[in-house]
Design a protein around this ligand. Structure first.
Ligand SMILES: NC(=O)c1ccc[n+]([C@@H]2O[C@H](COP(=O)([O-])OP(=O)(O)OC[C@H]3O[C@@H](n4cnc5c(N)ncnc54)[C@H](OP(=O)(O)O)[C@@H]3O)[C@@H](O)[C@H]2O)c1
Length: 220
């Protein structure tokens, strides 16, 4: 698949590594420009591009930048993406450590991904947000392996969600359907599933036991 990755940090970098290793055609962008992505490009064979070109021709676009920077992304970000393209959002809101207070989440009660989706102007599928970046490299397992980790995936578009779950399976992880985007508080920071390294059963239970109240440490 042709995949655009916006953000080349912990998560974006490791997704670039694994997706290129699986043979996908990956374009990757950061905020400073493609000239700063030479090492990652050399290591992986991914194509470094300006952020405005990351989605060009892409069937899947992964947005993996700090939450507070989402509104900085340029208008027309998805111009030229493939028909029916899917956007994956890996983001988390860390008001006290990184992002500051964001009214859409705090006052309007939007889930983090719903807030991101509104800014992006395109439906998103929430995935990888509770996955340690290093696990993307170190924890892939073949289907059926007893220690295969499962990741929750939330989103409103069932077809898109199926495609994303198939890609995650290819990356070496099981998935659990975590419902629509309005249910995605169940996988936000500090919930039982966040950072959990368990299989389908453990993840399913953790999602079910989440509390809708935003934890104190994650309020702005
Ligand atoms: N780290 C983890 O283990 C982890 C796990 C799950 C989810 N997450 C979430 O995933 C998101 C990304 O996390 P991360 O740890 O990968 O972040 P990170 O290591 O800080 O990397 C952020 C990347 O985003 C780029 N970026 C920032 N603003 C941008 C903009 N306006 N346009 C284009 N690119 C921009 C940065 O480019 P420059 O370097 O050029 O500025 C950098 O490549 C966050 O919401 C985080 O909470 C992280």
């Amino acid at each position: 698949m042709k995949i655009g990755i916006i953000g080349a940090g912990n998560i974006g970098g490791n997704l670039t590594r694994r997706l290129t290793a699986l043979g996908h055609d990956v374009s990757v962008a950061n905020s400073r420009g493609p000239q700063t992505l030479g090492d990652l490009a050399e290591e992986t064979g991914a194509t470094p591009v300006p952020v405005a070109e990351a989605a060009r021709g892409a069937e899947i676009v992964v947005v993996t930048i700090p939450f507070k920077n989402i509104p900085d992304l340029p208008a027309g970000l998805f111009d030229g993406a493939a028909e029916g393209f899917i956007v994956i959002d890996t983001g988390n809101y860390y008001p006290q450590q990184r992002d500051g207070r964001i009214a859409g989440v705090e006052d309007e009660g939007l889930t983090e991904s719903r807030w991101t989706e509104k800014h992006l102007g395109h439906p998103v599928i929430k995935a990888f947000n509770g996955t340690y970046a290093q696990d993307i490299l170190e924890r892939p397992r073949p289907a059926g392996a007893p220690d295969r980790v499962a990741l929750p995936v939330a989103g409103d578009d069932e077809t898109a969600k199926r495609t994303v779950r198939a890609l995650i399976d290819e990356l070496g992880f099981d998935t659990v359907d975590a419902g629509g985007l309005d249910d995605s508080w169940r996988q936000q920071p500090d919930t039982p599933v966040y950072g959990l390294r368990e299989g389908v059963e453990g993840v399913t239970k953790a999602l079910a036991s989440a509390s809708p109240t935003r934890p104190e440490g994650f309020r702005g």
